[in-house]
Design a protein around this ligand. Structure first.
Ligand code: R5P
Length: 322
């Protein structure tokens, strides 16, 4: 398809979803004011995935919304099959919209005899035939380079910053719970015009972290602690305790990807945290209810929808983040 055909309007743009976050796909379609594409993604009696697109997509610009959250392997396979299906059905272009990129934390060989799974997942998605990828808050920005096709990497911080502005907090500092998160914390610090601090965290096992000290001043201040992922909750809960020990006032936690596995919600509920703001890249299960009114779910559907519209019409995406 040439660029001219692509920018004719949203008539030619189709959005489909697998089973990982259909509500998010519906909200994106509401933003775009188009119907969600008609497809069936079910299971054969033996557990294999059965998939069929129930409408003509020949010559269209197809977006498949599928975060790779748990059950990650099922969701990944659905995505691969959807891409294969769209290509074989003669879609003009297929974009995988992956608001949460699973396996992202295995992005290098940090010891002998381990796989680089983030690269393997990129290989699988590319090999399935996708033309572009739209991702949000990748755990490591270099994952973009694991693909040899265009990757648009967007960020949830405008939505979270809007939320923190609406809370009208005063005397506030943004904190990164580890050194790896400094860059994203700096984006919040600039956008909200507040100072930043960093908690020194070291990982001593897949589910265990050790917290050392805090770089920066948090005593007597309200804290907005930003992390890209909360999985077991270990990192955030430990960091919150250290910040409290250092005299922080109220602690607000903001995260893009609420994986919240195992007892994470329980741990967060018992931690000195006033509020946990998460986005809807991943659907929350019932366990998150333990946080009651202390959890706020912010939708990034508008941001994703706008990025998809701009991909379709060849407009700048970076302009959304200035
Ligand atoms: C680590 O580098 C990430 O930014 C998160 O802090 C980490 O993945 C969160 O994992 P958990 O909630 O299991 O501590």
């Amino acid at each position: 398809m040439d660029q001219k055909t692509l920018i004719e309007g949203l008539d030619n743009l189709k959005v489909f979803t697998g089973n990982s976050n259909p509500d998010l796909a519906r909200r994106i379609c509401e933003y775009l004011d188009i119907p969600l594409g008609d497809a069936y993604v079910g299971r054969f009696p033996d557990g294999e995935i059965d998939l069929k697109v129930n409408e003509d997509i020949r010559g269209t610009d197809v977006f498949i919304v599928q975060p790779l959250c748990p059950p990650v392997n099922e969701n990944l396979m659905e995505l691969l099959m959807f891409i294969d299906c769209a290509k074989r059905a003669s879609a003009a272009r297929v974009t995988a919209v992956i608001p949460y990129y699973g396996y992202a934390r295995k992005d290098r060989k940090d010891e002998g005899r381990v796989p680089i799974t983030a690269k393997l997942v990129a290989n699988l998605i590319s090999k399935a035939g996708v033309d572009r990828v739209l991702a949000m808050d990748l755990h490591a920005a270099q994952i973009q380079g694991f693909f040899d096709i265009p990757v648009d990497h967007i960020f949830a911080f405008p939505v979270l910053c809007e939320h923190y502005r609406s809370l009208g907090l005063s005397d506030v500092v943004v904190v990164s719970p580890d050194v790896g998160g400094i860059k994203i914390a700096r984006a919040y610090s600039r956008k909200l015009n507040i100072k930043m601090a960093v908690v020194d965290k070291r990982r001593v096992g897949p589910e265990e972290t050790e917290v050392g000290f805090v770089i920066g001043d948090v005593a007597g201040k309200n804290v907005i602690m930003i992390d890209d992922i909360i999985a077991t909750g270990g990192s955030i809960v430990q960091a919150a305790k250290v910040l409290k020990d250092k005299g922080a006032k109220d602690i607000y936690v903001g995260t893009t990807h609420a994986v919240l596995c195992g007892t994470a919600a329980e741990k967060l509920a018992g931690a000195p945290i006033k509020e946990v703001a998460v986005t809807d890249t991943i659907p929350l299960d019932g366990r998150a209810r333990q946080l009651g009114e202390r959890i706020s779910v912010l939708s990034i559907s508008g941001l994703l929808g706008e990025a998809m519209r701009r991909i379709h019409t060849n407009e700048s995406i970076s302009a959304l983040f200035v």
